[in-house]
Design a protein around this ligand. Structure first.
Ligand code: 13P
Length: 249
C-alpha cells in the first residue's frame, strides 16, 4: 500500500509578519508535492499566513490551545479561536510544554478533545527524556503518555501521533532507525489495543527530533513511520521542501 506521507513544520516561538515571504516560498513549492504538508505557526501570524497561501496543498496549523472554548483565561487562546483565524490543525502535548509548562497527559487529553470537538485534527506528541531512555523506560513512558493523552473520540482522521524523543529535539542527535521503528511499532500496538486493528493501521505516527534533508529519506523508509514533525529545519523553505521531497522518492 502506498503511503501518503504527512510532513508538518513546527515553527515554535519563531516567525513574524516578515516571515510571510518564507511561507509563500514553501506554499509555492508544495504545489508539486504529493504529501500532506502543514506549517504549525505562532498564533500571531496564522491569519496572515492563511490569507497568503494559494496552493491548496499547504495547510496552516497552530501549536497549542486552551482546553476551553471561551472564558476568563488571560493570555490563552482556544482551538475555536485558532480555527476562526485559519488554523486547520493543532499540536498538543509537545515536550517543551509538558516540561516547561508542567502540562500533564490529562491536560493534553482535554486540549486534544477540545480540538477534535472544534472539528480540527489534533497532533498529539509523546517522547522520553534522555534519562528515561538511559534507564530503559522509553516504551513505558511513551505508552503511558499516549494512553493518557488520547481522547476517547480519537480516530485515524482526527488524530495524528508524533513521537519526539526529548533528547533528539534541536540537538542533531537521532535514534537509530531500528529504535525509531521499534517505538512506532510499540505505539501502533498500543493503538490496536485501545482503538482496534483498523484505526491502528491507518492512524499516522510521525517522527520528530532533528529531522533534516539528509536523514529524512531513511526515516521515511521505515515501515511504521508516516511522516515527520520538523522543528528547526522547517523555518527555511529550502530545508523544509527538501525534507518533503524525500517522501516522494
Ligand atoms: P527539531 O527538528 O528542531 O529537532 O525539533 C523537533 C520538534 O520539536 C518538532 O516539534
Amino acid at each position: 500500500m502506498d503511503k501518503k506521507y504527512f510532513i508538518a513544520g513546527n515553527w515554535k516561538m519563531n516567525g513574524t509578519l516578515a516571515s510571510l515571504s518564507e511561507i509563500i516560498k514553501i506554499d509555492k513549492a508544495c504545489a508539486q508535492l504529493d504529501s500532506d504538508l502543514v506549517l504549525c505557526l505562532p498564533a500571531t501570524i496564522i491569519n496572515a499566513a492563511s490569507e497568503k497561501i494559494t496552493s491548496n496543498k499547504l495547510v496552516i496549523g497552530a501549536q497549542d490551545c486552551h482546553p476551553k472554548d471561551t472564558g476568563a483565561f488571560t493570555g490563552d487562546i482556544s482551538a475555536m479561536m485558532l480555527k476562526n483565524v485559519g488554523a486547520k490543525m493543532i499540536i498538543v502535548g509537545h515536550s517543551e510544554r509538558r516540561m516547561s509548562c508542567g502540562e500533564t497527559s490529562l491536560l493534553v487529553k482535554e486540549k486534544a478533545t477540545s480540538i477534535i470537538n472544534t472539528g480540527l485534527p489534533a497532533i498529539i506528541c509523546v517522547g522520553e527524556t534522555e534519562e528515561q531512555k538511559l534507564s530503559g523506560e522509553t516504551e513505558k513512558v511513551v505508552c503511558s503518555q499516549l494512553k493518557n493523552s488520547l481522547p476517547n473520540m480519537s480516530n485515524d482522521e482526527n488524530t495524528i501521533i508524533a513521537y519526539e524523543p526529548v533528547w533528539a529535539i534541536g540537538t542533531g542527535k537521532v535514534p537509530s532507525l531500528d529504535e525509531i521503528n521499534h517505538v512506532h511499532e510499540t505505539l501502533r500496538n498500543l493503538l490496536r489495543e485501545v482503538k482496534g486493528a483498523s484505526i491502528s493501521k491507518t492512524i499516522r505516527i510521525l517522527y520528530g527530533g532533528s529531522v533534516k534533508p539528509d536523514n529524512a529519506k531513511e526515516i521515511f523508509s521505515l515501515d511504521d513511520v508516516d511522516g515527520a514533525l520538523v522543528g528547526g529545519a522547517s523555518l527555511k523553505a529550502d530545508d523544509f521542501i527538501n525534507i518533503a521531497k524525500q517522501a516522494q522518492i
